[in-house]
Design a binder for this molecule. Sequence first.
Ligand code: AMP
Ligand code: ZN
Length: 115
Amino acid sequence: MLKDCLFCKISEGEVPSYKVYEDEKVFAFKDINPQAPIHIIIIPKKHISGLNTVRQEDERILGCIQIVASKIAEQFHEMKRGFRVIANCGSDGGQTVFHIHYHLLGGRVFGWPPG
Ligand code: AMP
Ligand code: ZN
């Protein structure tokens, strides 16, 4: 856990969130400012600042997160026809919280390219 990291605090329960999934290594909660009818943030409990700092040793946890995204999506009928998973990285990528996270979005049709 990194002191002063919002998402570390959320996964530790120090900051409240609407939890939708938790296991030993992964935590998922509703986004506070949803950009779709369903908008869930999925994080590793381990503090990693972003996709630009991942290491080979993070291979397993990053794989687990994609499996968790799929499992969560299965639980929502709104995502039966599809969903989107996004990881913003760095300031140009639109990252605002520097604990790696994946947005799971569903319940509407998404355009391409993203803004
Ligand atoms: P990003 O811009 O990719 O770094 O995404 C950060 C996301 O975290 C945004 O979608 C925010 O709405 C969301 N967020 C920020 N603070 C909280 C919080 N306390 N609880 C839930 N989601 C949050
Ligand atoms: Zn953190």
